[in-house]
Design a protein around this ligand. Sequence first.
Ligand code: AOF
Ligand code: ZN
Length: 361
Amino acid sequence: MYMAKAIILAKSVRHLTRANPRVGCILVRDGDVIGAGATQPPGGPHAEIVALNSCPDARGATAYVTLEPCSHTGRTPPCVDALIKAAVIRVVVACVDPNPKVNGAGLERLRSAGIRVDIGVLESQARALNPGFNRRMRGGLPFVRLKLAMSLDGATAMANGQSKWITGPMARRQVQRMRARAGAVITGVGTVVADNPSLNVRWDETDLDPGPLLPSDQPLRVVMDRSGRTPLDAQLFKIPGPVMIISQSASGPTQQAWADCGAQVVMLTAVTPATVLAELADAGVNEVMVEAGPTLAGAWMDAGLVDRLVVFQAPLLMGSQTRPLMHTPNWTELSDAVRLQLIESRAIGTDRCLEYSVEKA
Ligand code: AOF
Ligand code: ZN
């Protein structure tokens, strides 16, 4: 029960922790919850420290933590030292920290200080809090959600490009929440030119407003722009928060002009979903959301890099003079089709939100 509370706390900061894992911690003594905390943005205190600071005295308490307390000095000092100093007598942990700098060493340090340690309580639920962090710490790539909005008959726009608005306001709010929990929101230059999106999180468009979101808490907005077509007056430059443009052949002056607009410019020898994802893994991005048109969406799907497909399906028939969900020129046989597993199907306002996991070959 206490671990379930700690998991709820970890979920409450899912839009804030960025490169760090989402972690929750509850301190209990004699059956009373005496402290609670969740991970703060990078550089800020970890869950255990927030919890310890929330009570005057944790002596004799049991700490329930969703992730193994850290034993290393990163941006902040080790949590195990703080727990030992606070004289807690027992630590219950959901799952081991896959960070190679920790990976069991935190449990070891607590045990050798004479603290009872139990591991594995609600392990799979706790692990599910951090799919991207877990994978990245084992040398893998960020976790990718591809978001698409379509009509009942699978169209994303009319042939003339008209697409505003297919889904209703509730679905669009849900998209804001999805952006908030992503470390990076990726789009293609085609979408930037056609729709001029802001791609930022606007809590005023959600019904779960947790207070002001600092520019530093906004997800990184990433534009895949091979040839350098992102206009300098694009909306995304005008909205506070980090922007990254990943290009291949943008000219020196164009790169400089983007930098002058506040963007981080990354030049790669090839701009593909795989190279972009590797770049973002290096930049400490755990979870990525792709919001793109049919060409880029198809490229991501074709590259086999999508973990979750989130489709908003609107009760609208757009007919045949339309653009499809994805362009996949390489798929010609039924055997090329990608099989999906339905994870969740729920009504959101007038639309339906379908979430699928993608089975990797
Ligand atoms: C914990 N509790 O709440 C979190 C942990 O640079 P730092 O000091 O913030 O350390 C980041 C690392 O600490 C991160 O990679 C992960 O291994 C661990 N995160 N550990 O004890 C927490 N967020
Ligand atoms: Zn820590």
